[in-house]
Design a protein around this ligand. Structure first.
Ligand SMILES: [Zn+2]
Length: 309
């Protein structure tokens, strides 16, 4: 079995204002890096558009409809301070969620050993009823809940190493004891949530904030001390990763100092836990990462590690 890579060219059609960091070139940079011959054994599939009823696993249908209605026929519509829609955005968002769900199907069917979903817009800031922070639908959260509802998995761990706190994922799973949501993130930083004492209704939320200037040593310690033991103890049937690469030292939106080696390390550690309790099942979904070189190199290191599984 090989690692599955899920993308779709329509994700380039989510157009953003000039100078916006969450731009189509992010996907192009990752795709270029993954064209290298060492990725020739990747299975590659195109992300389908997710049915609206499946998006509704995490977002009420009225919210999904409101996003569709906000889509402009031309130009751009402002959704929140830093989130806009172009005519292609709704389809791109549905393909991001659809790609994550396809990855779950393929990994559970053992057609792929694990998967990386390289789509945009990202998802982890999208709350149940609120789009924000470049996100409309919470792709990783939808993947987790879909794995439970469609495939009958009992427990899913969602591990988020994006430099920003996944307030949307925390909101969606706050009172859901069947999903463990764990996040390392820089604090203080957008969106402001993610303090250590935010633990969820069932102690099912684990926040391990880092400080500006922290690097691999502090990141690995936070994972080793606060996150990984909780994931292992939870014995998930699937690990979903919210894989943002904006904690990279080159990233312009934050001030952590991770390198590709740190992404290799955390990927490996999560795969080891998945090997122990989840039949190796790991579905990784792209979130942030705004320096094109840092993003491409980090995503390539992440995928290379997934392929070694
Ligand atoms: Zn981020």
């Amino acid at each position: 079995m090989s690692t599955l890579l899920v993308t779709h060219p329509a994700c380039l059609d989510h157009i953003v204002p000039q100078g916006h960091p969450e731009r189509p070139d992010r996907m192009r940079a990752i795709e270029r890096a993954l064209e290298d011959e060492k990725f020739v054994t990747l299975a590659r599939e195109q992300a389908p558009m997710l049915a609206l009823e499946t998006v509704a696993l995490c977002h009420p249908l009225e919210y999904v409809e409101a996003i569709r209605e906000a889509s402009p026929r031309e130009g751009m519509a402002q959704i929140d301070g830093d989130t806009t829609m172009s005519p292609g955005s709704f389809e791109a968002a549905l393909r991001g969620a659809g790609g994550a769900v396809l990855a779950v199907d393929e990994v559970i069917a053992k057609k792929a050993s694990n998967a990386f979903v390289a789509t945009r817009p990202p998802g982890h800031h999208a709350e149940k009823t609120r789009s924000m922070g470049f996100c409309f639908f919470n792709n990783a959260a939808i993947a987790a809940r879909y794995a439970q509802k469609k495939h009958g998995l009992s427990r899913v761990a969602l591990v988020d190493f994006d430099v920003h706190h996944g307030n949307g994922s925390q909101d969606i799973f706050w009172d859901d004891k069947t999903v463990l949501y764990c996040s390392t993130h820089e604090m203080p930083l957008y969106p402001g949530s993610g303090a250590r004492n935010e633990r969820g209704e069932h102690n099912n939320i684990v926040n391990a904030p880092l400080q500006s200037g922290d690097g691999g040593v502090q990141f690995r310690a936070a994972m080793e001390n606060a996150v990984l033991p909780r994931v292992a103890e939870f014995k998930p049937d699937l690990i979903v990763i919210s894989a943002g690469f904006d904690a990279h030292m080159r990233d312009p939106l934050a001030s952590l100092n991770l390198t590709e080696d740190d992404y290799v390390w955390i990927t490996r550690r999560l795969m080891e836990i998945a090997d122990g309790c989840a039949g190796g099942r790991v579905v990784s979904v792209l979130e942030g990462g705004y320096d094109l070189e840092g993003l491409a190199r980090s995503a390539a290191a992440h995928v290379t590690t997934l392929m070694r599984g």
